[in-house]
Design a protein around this ligand. Structure first.
Ligand code: PLP
Length: 391
Protein backbone atom coordinates (compact mmCIF):
# COMPACT_ATOMS: atom_id res chain seq x y z
CA UNK A 1 0.00 0.00 0.00
CA UNK A 2 2.94 2.34 0.57
CA UNK A 3 3.23 3.12 -3.14
CA UNK A 4 -0.49 3.73 -3.62
CA UNK A 5 -1.45 7.15 -4.95
CA UNK A 6 -4.33 8.80 -3.12
CA UNK A 7 -6.44 10.78 -5.57
CA UNK A 8 -9.63 11.09 -3.54
CA UNK A 9 -8.92 14.37 -1.76
CA UNK A 10 -12.45 15.65 -2.39
CA UNK A 11 -13.67 12.78 -0.17
CA UNK A 12 -11.17 13.44 2.59
CA UNK A 13 -7.56 14.46 3.12
CA UNK A 14 -4.67 13.19 5.20
CA UNK A 15 -4.18 15.13 8.44
CA UNK A 16 -1.05 17.26 8.03
CA UNK A 17 1.84 16.39 10.38
CA UNK A 18 1.96 20.05 11.49
CA UNK A 19 -1.70 19.70 12.48
CA UNK A 20 -1.11 16.45 14.40
CA UNK A 21 1.84 18.00 16.20
CA UNK A 22 -0.19 21.03 17.28
CA UNK A 23 -3.07 18.82 18.46
CA UNK A 24 -1.07 16.36 20.57
CA UNK A 25 -0.51 18.55 23.66
CA UNK A 26 -4.27 19.19 23.74
CA UNK A 27 -4.90 15.46 23.86
CA UNK A 28 -2.48 14.93 26.73
CA UNK A 29 -1.24 17.51 29.25
CA UNK A 30 -3.54 20.39 28.15
CA UNK A 31 -6.86 18.61 28.33
CA UNK A 32 -9.01 21.23 30.04
CA UNK A 33 -12.60 22.15 29.41
CA UNK A 34 -12.68 25.63 27.88
CA UNK A 35 -15.64 26.52 30.12
CA UNK A 36 -13.62 25.92 33.34
CA UNK A 37 -12.23 28.93 35.16
CA UNK A 38 -9.00 27.31 36.40
CA UNK A 39 -5.66 27.37 34.61
CA UNK A 40 -6.35 24.20 32.56
CA UNK A 41 -9.63 25.67 31.40
CA UNK A 42 -7.98 28.96 30.50
CA UNK A 43 -5.31 27.14 28.50
CA UNK A 44 -8.02 25.31 26.56
CA UNK A 45 -9.89 28.57 25.93
CA UNK A 46 -6.71 30.22 24.71
CA UNK A 47 -6.14 27.34 22.26
CA UNK A 48 -9.69 27.72 20.93
CA UNK A 49 -9.53 31.48 20.57
CA UNK A 50 -6.18 31.29 18.77
CA UNK A 51 -7.74 28.83 16.32
CA UNK A 52 -10.72 31.14 15.84
CA UNK A 53 -8.33 33.93 14.87
CA UNK A 54 -6.54 31.68 12.35
CA UNK A 55 -9.80 30.67 10.67
CA UNK A 56 -10.84 34.34 10.60
CA UNK A 57 -7.61 35.19 8.73
CA UNK A 58 -8.41 32.50 6.14
CA UNK A 59 -11.87 33.98 5.55
CA UNK A 60 -10.84 37.64 6.00
CA UNK A 61 -13.46 38.16 8.69
CA UNK A 62 -13.69 38.82 12.43
CA UNK A 63 -12.87 36.02 14.91
CA UNK A 64 -16.27 36.48 16.56
CA UNK A 65 -17.91 35.57 13.23
CA UNK A 66 -16.37 32.06 13.40
CA UNK A 67 -18.25 29.20 15.10
CA UNK A 68 -16.80 25.72 15.58
CA UNK A 69 -19.20 22.91 14.72
CA UNK A 70 -19.10 19.10 14.71
CA UNK A 71 -18.63 18.95 10.88
CA UNK A 72 -19.74 20.42 7.56
CA UNK A 73 -23.08 18.61 7.76
CA UNK A 74 -23.97 20.28 11.08
CA UNK A 75 -22.87 23.68 9.78
CA UNK A 76 -25.20 23.38 6.78
CA UNK A 77 -28.09 22.16 8.94
CA UNK A 78 -27.76 24.99 11.44
CA UNK A 79 -27.38 27.55 8.63
CA UNK A 80 -30.65 26.40 7.03
CA UNK A 81 -32.86 25.15 9.85
CA UNK A 82 -31.56 27.76 12.29
CA UNK A 83 -32.34 30.52 9.80
CA UNK A 84 -35.72 29.02 8.93
CA UNK A 85 -36.64 29.10 12.64
CA UNK A 86 -35.64 32.77 12.73
CA UNK A 87 -37.64 33.51 9.55
CA UNK A 88 -40.72 31.79 10.98
CA UNK A 89 -40.39 33.62 14.31
CA UNK A 90 -40.21 36.93 12.45
CA UNK A 91 -43.05 36.36 9.98
CA UNK A 92 -40.78 36.28 6.96
CA UNK A 93 -41.72 34.45 3.76
CA UNK A 94 -41.20 30.70 3.58
CA UNK A 95 -39.43 30.17 0.30
CA UNK A 96 -35.96 28.61 0.13
CA UNK A 97 -34.01 28.74 -3.13
CA UNK A 98 -31.27 26.17 -3.59
CA UNK A 99 -29.92 24.01 -6.43
CA UNK A 100 -30.47 20.49 -7.66
CA UNK A 101 -26.80 19.60 -7.11
CA UNK A 102 -26.28 20.43 -3.43
CA UNK A 103 -24.68 18.00 -1.00
CA UNK A 104 -27.18 15.84 0.99
CA UNK A 105 -26.45 18.01 4.05
CA UNK A 106 -28.25 20.87 2.25
CA UNK A 107 -30.81 18.80 0.33
CA UNK A 108 -31.77 17.04 3.61
CA UNK A 109 -32.72 20.24 5.52
CA UNK A 110 -34.39 21.58 2.35
CA UNK A 111 -36.60 18.47 2.17
CA UNK A 112 -37.36 18.80 5.87
CA UNK A 113 -38.46 22.41 5.41
CA UNK A 114 -40.59 21.36 2.43
CA UNK A 115 -42.33 18.84 4.69
CA UNK A 116 -43.02 21.72 7.10
CA UNK A 117 -44.82 23.76 4.46
CA UNK A 118 -41.92 25.72 2.97
CA UNK A 119 -41.77 26.25 -0.77
CA UNK A 120 -38.38 25.00 -1.96
CA UNK A 121 -37.07 25.90 -5.41
CA UNK A 122 -34.35 23.54 -6.65
CA UNK A 123 -32.65 25.50 -9.44
CA UNK A 124 -31.68 23.32 -12.37
CA UNK A 125 -28.11 23.43 -13.72
CA UNK A 126 -26.72 23.25 -17.25
CA UNK A 127 -24.63 20.38 -18.65
CA UNK A 128 -21.54 21.70 -16.84
CA UNK A 129 -23.29 22.18 -13.50
CA UNK A 130 -23.79 25.97 -13.57
CA UNK A 131 -26.97 27.64 -12.43
CA UNK A 132 -28.45 30.23 -14.78
CA UNK A 133 -28.19 33.63 -13.07
CA UNK A 134 -31.20 35.04 -14.91
CA UNK A 135 -33.30 32.05 -13.87
CA UNK A 136 -32.08 32.42 -10.29
CA UNK A 137 -33.10 36.07 -10.21
CA UNK A 138 -36.50 35.20 -11.67
CA UNK A 139 -37.04 32.56 -8.97
CA UNK A 140 -36.55 35.11 -6.16
CA UNK A 141 -39.88 36.37 -4.87
CA UNK A 142 -41.26 38.41 -1.96
CA UNK A 143 -41.55 35.13 -0.09
CA UNK A 144 -37.85 34.21 -0.46
CA UNK A 145 -36.16 34.35 2.92
CA UNK A 146 -33.27 31.87 2.39
CA UNK A 147 -30.93 31.26 -0.53
CA UNK A 148 -28.45 28.38 -0.26
CA UNK A 149 -26.10 27.74 -3.18
CA UNK A 150 -22.86 25.82 -2.91
CA UNK A 151 -19.58 27.55 -3.75
CA UNK A 152 -18.18 24.49 -5.50
CA UNK A 153 -19.65 21.09 -6.26
CA UNK A 154 -18.01 18.01 -4.76
CA UNK A 155 -18.73 15.61 -7.63
CA UNK A 156 -18.16 17.63 -10.78
CA UNK A 157 -16.06 20.50 -9.42
CA UNK A 158 -18.25 23.34 -10.77
CA UNK A 159 -17.55 26.73 -9.15
CA UNK A 160 -20.85 28.63 -9.02
CA UNK A 161 -20.96 32.43 -9.61
CA UNK A 162 -21.00 33.13 -5.87
CA UNK A 163 -20.02 36.80 -6.10
CA UNK A 164 -22.99 37.62 -8.35
CA UNK A 165 -25.41 35.53 -6.29
CA UNK A 166 -24.25 37.14 -3.03
CA UNK A 167 -24.49 40.65 -4.50
CA UNK A 168 -28.05 40.01 -5.71
CA UNK A 169 -29.09 38.53 -2.36
CA UNK A 170 -27.64 41.56 -0.58
CA UNK A 171 -29.46 43.96 -2.91
CA UNK A 172 -32.74 42.19 -2.12
CA UNK A 173 -31.92 41.91 1.60
CA UNK A 174 -32.13 38.11 1.55
CA UNK A 175 -30.10 35.77 3.74
CA UNK A 176 -27.53 33.89 1.62
CA UNK A 177 -25.78 30.72 2.78
CA UNK A 178 -23.04 28.93 0.84
CA UNK A 179 -21.61 25.45 1.37
CA UNK A 180 -17.89 26.07 0.79
CA UNK A 181 -16.73 22.68 2.09
CA UNK A 182 -14.93 21.91 -1.20
CA UNK A 183 -13.33 25.34 -1.44
CA UNK A 184 -11.03 25.81 1.58
CA UNK A 185 -7.35 25.99 0.66
CA UNK A 186 -8.23 26.01 -3.03
CA UNK A 187 -9.87 29.35 -3.75
CA UNK A 188 -9.65 32.76 -2.12
CA UNK A 189 -12.64 33.31 0.19
CA UNK A 190 -12.82 36.91 1.30
CA UNK A 191 -15.84 37.78 3.42
CA UNK A 192 -14.87 41.45 3.13
CA UNK A 193 -15.48 41.32 -0.63
CA UNK A 194 -18.38 38.88 -0.96
CA UNK A 195 -21.56 39.66 1.01
CA UNK A 196 -22.28 36.10 2.14
CA UNK A 197 -24.44 35.73 5.28
CA UNK A 198 -23.22 32.29 6.38
CA UNK A 199 -20.64 29.80 5.03
CA UNK A 200 -19.74 26.22 5.95
CA UNK A 201 -16.33 24.54 6.00
CA UNK A 202 -15.21 21.06 7.04
CA UNK A 203 -11.80 20.30 8.56
CA UNK A 204 -11.20 16.97 6.88
CA UNK A 205 -11.31 18.50 3.40
CA UNK A 206 -8.28 20.66 4.12
CA UNK A 207 -5.88 18.51 6.14
CA UNK A 208 -7.47 18.78 9.60
CA UNK A 209 -9.23 15.81 11.26
CA UNK A 210 -12.70 14.52 10.54
CA UNK A 211 -15.45 15.61 12.92
CA UNK A 212 -14.70 19.33 13.08
CA UNK A 213 -16.38 22.02 11.02
CA UNK A 214 -16.86 25.76 10.84
CA UNK A 215 -19.82 28.02 10.35
CA UNK A 216 -19.05 31.63 9.46
CA UNK A 217 -21.90 33.92 10.54
CA UNK A 218 -21.63 37.54 9.43
CA UNK A 219 -22.03 40.02 12.30
CA UNK A 220 -25.66 41.06 12.62
CA UNK A 221 -27.03 37.92 10.89
CA UNK A 222 -29.48 36.04 13.12
CA UNK A 223 -29.79 32.27 13.49
CA UNK A 224 -31.78 30.37 16.08
CA UNK A 225 -30.30 27.23 17.62
CA UNK A 226 -31.45 23.80 16.52
CA UNK A 227 -29.67 21.88 19.29
CA UNK A 228 -29.97 22.93 22.92
CA UNK A 229 -27.40 22.61 25.65
CA UNK A 230 -24.94 24.51 27.78
CA UNK A 231 -24.44 27.45 25.45
CA UNK A 232 -21.01 26.83 23.95
CA UNK A 233 -20.27 28.61 20.66
CA UNK A 234 -22.77 31.29 21.71
CA UNK A 235 -25.47 28.66 21.91
CA UNK A 236 -25.38 27.73 18.20
CA UNK A 237 -23.28 24.60 18.64
CA UNK A 238 -23.68 23.65 22.27
CA UNK A 239 -21.61 20.82 23.70
CA UNK A 240 -18.11 20.80 25.21
CA UNK A 241 -15.79 22.02 22.46
CA UNK A 242 -13.62 19.49 20.65
CA UNK A 243 -10.45 21.18 21.86
CA UNK A 244 -7.73 19.24 20.02
CA UNK A 245 -9.62 19.24 16.71
CA UNK A 246 -10.33 22.95 17.00
CA UNK A 247 -6.62 23.58 17.53
CA UNK A 248 -6.01 21.32 14.50
CA UNK A 249 -8.43 23.11 12.19
CA UNK A 250 -6.86 26.42 13.27
CA UNK A 251 -3.40 25.26 12.16
CA UNK A 252 -4.82 23.80 8.93
CA UNK A 253 -6.52 27.13 8.21
CA UNK A 254 -3.34 29.07 8.94
CA UNK A 255 -1.37 26.87 6.52
CA UNK A 256 -4.12 26.93 3.88
CA UNK A 257 -4.09 30.73 4.02
CA UNK A 258 -0.30 30.98 3.85
CA UNK A 259 0.10 28.44 1.04
CA UNK A 260 -2.96 29.28 -1.07
CA UNK A 261 -1.08 30.57 -4.13
CA UNK A 262 1.49 27.80 -4.15
CA UNK A 263 -1.15 25.13 -3.58
CA UNK A 264 -3.35 26.58 -6.34
CA UNK A 265 -0.46 26.32 -8.81
CA UNK A 266 0.37 22.74 -7.84
CA UNK A 267 -3.25 21.60 -8.06
CA UNK A 268 -3.91 23.33 -11.39
CA UNK A 269 -0.84 21.61 -12.87
CA UNK A 270 -1.91 18.18 -11.60
CA UNK A 271 -5.41 18.79 -12.93
CA UNK A 272 -4.09 19.65 -16.39
CA UNK A 273 -1.84 16.59 -16.61
CA UNK A 274 -4.66 14.26 -15.60
CA UNK A 275 -7.29 15.94 -17.78
CA UNK A 276 -5.08 15.99 -20.91
CA UNK A 277 -4.15 12.38 -20.51
CA UNK A 278 -7.64 11.02 -19.77
CA UNK A 279 -9.48 13.05 -22.41
CA UNK A 280 -7.12 11.67 -25.06
CA UNK A 281 -8.89 8.32 -24.66
CA UNK A 282 -11.78 7.52 -26.97
CA UNK A 283 -15.04 7.22 -25.05
CA UNK A 284 -13.93 9.31 -22.05
CA UNK A 285 -15.91 12.52 -21.49
CA UNK A 286 -15.32 15.31 -19.02
CA UNK A 287 -18.19 15.94 -16.58
CA UNK A 288 -18.50 19.43 -15.10
CA UNK A 289 -16.82 22.59 -16.43
CA UNK A 290 -14.68 22.40 -19.58
CA UNK A 291 -12.99 25.66 -18.56
CA UNK A 292 -10.46 24.56 -15.92
CA UNK A 293 -10.61 28.00 -14.27
CA UNK A 294 -14.25 27.35 -13.40
CA UNK A 295 -13.50 24.02 -11.75
CA UNK A 296 -12.09 23.35 -8.27
CA UNK A 297 -8.28 23.17 -8.54
CA UNK A 298 -7.00 19.59 -8.60
CA UNK A 299 -10.45 18.19 -9.50
CA UNK A 300 -11.07 16.06 -12.59
CA UNK A 301 -14.31 14.18 -13.25
CA UNK A 302 -15.12 12.05 -16.25
CA UNK A 303 -17.56 9.48 -17.58
CA UNK A 304 -16.14 6.34 -19.16
CA UNK A 305 -18.46 5.02 -21.86
CA UNK A 306 -19.98 1.63 -21.07
CA UNK A 307 -17.97 1.18 -17.86
CA UNK A 308 -19.30 0.73 -14.31
CA UNK A 309 -18.27 3.11 -11.53
CA UNK A 310 -17.52 0.37 -9.02
CA UNK A 311 -15.35 -1.50 -11.53
CA UNK A 312 -13.39 1.72 -12.13
CA UNK A 313 -12.80 2.16 -8.39
CA UNK A 314 -11.80 -1.47 -7.79
CA UNK A 315 -9.61 -1.85 -10.90
CA UNK A 316 -7.85 1.45 -10.12
CA UNK A 317 -7.38 0.37 -6.51
CA UNK A 318 -5.76 -2.88 -7.63
CA UNK A 319 -3.33 -0.75 -9.64
CA UNK A 320 -2.60 1.40 -6.56
CA UNK A 321 -4.83 4.42 -7.23
CA UNK A 322 -7.58 5.60 -4.86
CA UNK A 323 -10.38 7.53 -6.57
CA UNK A 324 -14.18 7.65 -6.40
CA UNK A 325 -17.28 7.43 -8.56
CA UNK A 326 -20.63 9.19 -8.62
CA UNK A 327 -22.41 6.02 -9.70
CA UNK A 328 -23.16 3.51 -7.02
CA UNK A 329 -24.91 0.20 -6.66
CA UNK A 330 -28.22 0.46 -4.75
CA UNK A 331 -29.97 -2.86 -4.10
CA UNK A 332 -28.19 -4.51 -7.01
CA UNK A 333 -28.95 -1.72 -9.51
CA UNK A 334 -26.29 0.75 -10.60
CA UNK A 335 -27.60 4.30 -10.53
CA UNK A 336 -25.92 7.58 -11.43
CA UNK A 337 -25.90 10.18 -8.64
CA UNK A 338 -28.49 12.96 -8.54
CA UNK A 339 -25.77 15.39 -9.65
CA UNK A 340 -25.01 13.38 -12.80
CA UNK A 341 -28.73 13.15 -13.49
CA UNK A 342 -29.10 16.92 -12.99
CA UNK A 343 -26.45 17.67 -15.65
CA UNK A 344 -28.19 15.29 -18.04
CA UNK A 345 -25.14 13.11 -18.69
CA UNK A 346 -26.12 10.21 -20.98
CA UNK A 347 -26.52 7.01 -18.97
CA UNK A 348 -23.80 5.13 -20.86
CA UNK A 349 -21.29 7.68 -19.47
CA UNK A 350 -22.98 8.41 -16.14
CA UNK A 351 -22.79 4.79 -14.97
CA UNK A 352 -19.03 4.89 -15.54
CA UNK A 353 -18.32 8.13 -13.71
CA UNK A 354 -15.00 8.72 -11.99
CA UNK A 355 -13.74 11.55 -9.81
CA UNK A 356 -10.02 12.07 -9.47
CA UNK A 357 -9.04 14.72 -6.94
CA UNK A 358 -5.41 15.66 -6.35
CA UNK A 359 -4.05 17.07 -3.11
CA UNK A 360 -0.92 18.52 -1.58
CA UNK A 361 0.72 15.13 -1.03
CA UNK A 362 0.66 14.13 -4.71
CA UNK A 363 4.07 14.74 -6.27
CA UNK A 364 4.46 15.54 -9.97
CA UNK A 365 5.84 12.05 -10.41
CA UNK A 366 2.73 10.52 -8.74
CA UNK A 367 0.46 12.48 -11.05
CA UNK A 368 2.34 11.38 -14.19
CA UNK A 369 2.29 7.77 -13.00
CA UNK A 370 -1.40 7.98 -12.12
CA UNK A 371 -2.22 9.47 -15.53
CA UNK A 372 -0.60 6.45 -17.25
CA UNK A 373 -2.22 3.87 -14.98
CA UNK A 374 -5.68 5.43 -15.21
CA UNK A 375 -5.43 5.70 -18.99
CA UNK A 376 -4.88 1.94 -19.14
CA UNK A 377 -7.66 1.20 -16.64
CA UNK A 378 -10.17 3.39 -18.50
CA UNK A 379 -9.20 1.90 -21.89
CA UNK A 380 -9.65 -1.61 -20.54
CA UNK A 381 -13.10 -0.85 -19.05
CA UNK A 382 -14.51 1.27 -21.83
CA UNK A 383 -17.09 -0.51 -23.97
CA UNK A 384 -18.48 0.89 -27.20
CA UNK A 385 -22.25 0.62 -27.60
CA UNK A 386 -21.94 -2.02 -30.39
CA UNK A 387 -19.71 -4.23 -28.26
CA UNK A 388 -22.13 -3.78 -25.35
CA UNK A 389 -25.12 -5.10 -27.28
CA UNK A 390 -23.29 -8.37 -28.06
CA UNK A 391 -22.63 -9.21 -24.42
N1 PLP B 1 -20.75 19.71 1.68
C1 PLP B 1 -19.96 19.23 0.70
C2 PLP B 1 -19.94 19.93 -0.62
C3 PLP B 1 -19.19 18.09 0.91
O1 PLP B 1 -18.42 17.62 -0.06
C4 PLP B 1 -19.25 17.46 2.19
C5 PLP B 1 -18.49 16.21 2.45
O2 PLP B 1 -18.30 15.38 1.58
C6 PLP B 1 -20.08 18.01 3.18
C7 PLP B 1 -20.81 19.14 2.88
C8 PLP B 1 -20.19 17.40 4.54
O3 PLP B 1 -19.06 17.63 5.34
P1 PLP B 1 -18.77 16.67 6.59
O4 PLP B 1 -18.22 15.40 6.04
O5 PLP B 1 -17.77 17.41 7.41
O6 PLP B 1 -20.05 16.49 7.31
Amino acid sequence: MSSSIYLDNSATTKVRPEVVEAMLPFLSESFGNASSLHSQGRLAKEGIEKARQSVARLLHCLPEEIYFSPCGTYSNNVALIGRARFAEANDQGRQLITTAIEHPSVIGPAKHLESQGWKVTYLPVDAQGFIDLAEFKKAVSKETSIISIMWANNEIGTIEPIEEIAAFAQEKGIYFHTDAVQTAGKLEMNMGNVPISTLSLSGHKFYAPKGIGILYVRSGVNLMPVVFGAGQEKGLFPGTQNLASIVGIGVAAELAHKELKESYKQLRKAQKTLTDSLLAIDGVRLTGPTDAEKRVPGHVSVGVQGAEGEAIILRSDLQGICLSSGSACHSGVIEPSSVLKAIGLPREYALGSARISAGRYNSEDDINRAADILSNVFKSLRKQPAAQSKT
